[in-house]
Design a protein around this ligand. Sequence first.
Ligand code: NI
Length: 223
Amino acid sequence: MAKKTTRTGKSALPVIVGVIVAAVLTIALLVWLGQRGGDANRASTGESLIGGSFTLVNQDGKPFTDKDLRGKYALIYFGYTHCPDVCPTSLQAMSDALDKLGPLADRIRPVMISVDPERDTPEQMKDYLSNFREGFIGLTGTPEQVRQAAQAFRVFYRKVLEDKGEAEKAASGDYLMDHSSIIYLMDPEGRYVDHYPSSIDPDRLAEGIRKAIAEHEKKNTSS
Ligand code: NI
């Protein structure tokens, strides 16, 4: 699934810079989320820092909004199907973690939201997600719809074009995306519960989800 072939023989510098930019922005978001940790738990009082309404299209080409995620927990990751390394690793970790959660996994929907709407058509999303756990929801949309969804989750992304022949590259579809790489856990009402770095291993992700859901439900029944 990694499509590295088109890059063979070219300078790796822009890619490295892109990866560093994305990493720095992801870390900044993680620090911010960490500082807001106490606040984030106030989700149950109605304060929403992460998440919100969006209108996208699923991998079957049907309209899909945040309301369609209600009723179950959601594990949400923003990425793109042409990503050479980070996205496939993250999606695999999500798949493996859900496999490890047993019956609890039935209450969690794994979701991938594309940050590359130009190339990620519903068909492309469907094809790509067949590599991962069954039940994955793949969402894409118009550039504006994707922008709104990413904004709701405070996700940064941008197209990386090498300095030479940018227009050409864009036209040929040969480009990478910088993007924040965080896995979000949202509750059945669409409220933020927890987040995980995308580099997390499946065991720790499964444990984190189990614990977060247990604490979330304890808090909601005791209040
Ligand atoms: Ni990626």
